[in-house]
Design a protein around this ligand. Structure first.
Ligand SMILES: Nc1ncnc2c1ncn2[C@@H]1O[C@H](COP(=O)(O)OP(=O)(O)O)[C@@H](O)[C@H]1O
Ligand SMILES: [Mg+2]
Length: 307
């Protein structure tokens, strides 16, 4: 299936000479929730701004549903809803008026049924006649999402939807995002919260210093996370893993002086006790052992620290 968004070789150098994006390649699949995870200043907002046509790329191309964002700007932009990082709403308008007005900005004919559906999906229907200034912070954020959905985009960008938001509101936001995905919207969100990427995303991309350093299905990433690695230093060099130990899928180090064993910390049993027994029975003597576990946090920290 062809991607709904295709970013190729995208770079951005700001007027100051600062290179905020360096050769980004990224495909977004229709219907997925993609989390772009990265520390502050990594380039998340810059990337989103270019995809949404708010900033110009210095190099590279972006196409949305096959429409080039520069050559075919209007068609590309109409497929996208954007909830920016900085929230600003017209305080004295009603919810209904501000959301309806946003739709008009895209030149779409009025469609009260659609606005009603959006407000209901976001649990804002009973607030439709309230002035925005009277709403709580969480509701204001939902109004911003409603505005972004007013013109029936197929793709929704949420730039740091829960930054500075308390835990309860964050969970509410996650619910909203899932509801939107179920209604067929493709969602790209940025976050600097690892937990949020873990919780929400089908796929996670890690960005640091203007480069995407990892893109992986969350399920694959999580499998790696549940895994621990046991390394056994051997007293004597092994040329090959003894056949009696084949079931453990051990990996022999290049120098033949260590074997590593992967096990699942979430499983019922690790298999370590029987491994040690079977090693002894096979005449393999151990001089030392060591375990390590990689979490998304570890992976993230080591990736963003790498020079
Ligand atoms: N208009 C601008 N002019 C110059 N530098 C900018 C501008 N906007 C952002 N930057 C710089 O580009 C880098 C990436 O910023 P941004 O995309 O906002 O990161 P993020 O959203 O991941 O926090 C930062 O170092 C930021 O200071
Ligand atoms: Mg940002």
């Amino acid at each position: 299936m062809s991607p709904i968004i295709s970013v190729s070789n995208l770079s951005k150098t700001y007027g100051s000479g600062f290179k905020a994006l360096k050769g980004i390649n990224l495909d977004i699949v229709k219907g997925e929730i993609f989390a772009l995870l990265g520390p502050n200043g990594a380039g998340k907002t810059t990337l989103i701004s270019i995809i949404c046509g708010i900033a110009n790329p210095s190099e590279g191309r972006v196409s949305i549903g096959g429409h080039d964002i520069i050559a075919d700007y209007r068609a590309a932009r109409s497929m996208i809803g954007l909830v920016p990082q900085e929230l600003h709403t017209d305080a004295f308008e009603t919810v209904w008026a501000t959301v309806s007005f946003s739709r008009g900005l895209f030149g779409k004919p009025k469609n009260p049924d659609h606005i009603e559906k959006v407000l209901k999906d976001l649990s804002l229907w009973d607030k439709k006649d309230n002035k925005i200034i009277t709403l709580s912070g969480g509701m204001k954020r939902r109004v911003m999402i409603a505005k972004a959905l007013s013109h029936e985009p197929q793709i929704l960008f949420l730039d740091e939807p829960t930054a500075g938001v308390d835990v309860e509101l964050r969970k509410g936001m996650w619910e909203v995002v899932r509801t939107l995905q179920a209604s067929g919207v493709t969602i790209i969100l940025t976050t600097h919260y690892i937990e949020e990427a873990e919780e929400m995303a089908d796929r996670i991309g890690v960005i640091n210093k203007g480069e995407i350093i990892l893109i992986e299905d969350k399920a694959t990433l999580m499998q790696k996370l549940g895994k621990k690695e046991l390394t056994l230093q051997l007293q004597n060099k092994l040329d090959a893993i003894p056949a009696a130990l084949a079931a453990y899928n051990l990996e022999l180090s290049d120098d033949g002086h260590a074997v590593t064993y992967d096990y699942d910390t979430k499983g019922d049993r690790t298999g370590i006790t029987s491994l040690l027994n079977d090693l002894r029975n096979a005449g393999v003597r151990i001089s030392d052992l060591d375990t390590r576990q990689s979490s998304l946090e570890d992976i993230f920290v080591s990736l963003v620290r790498a020079p």
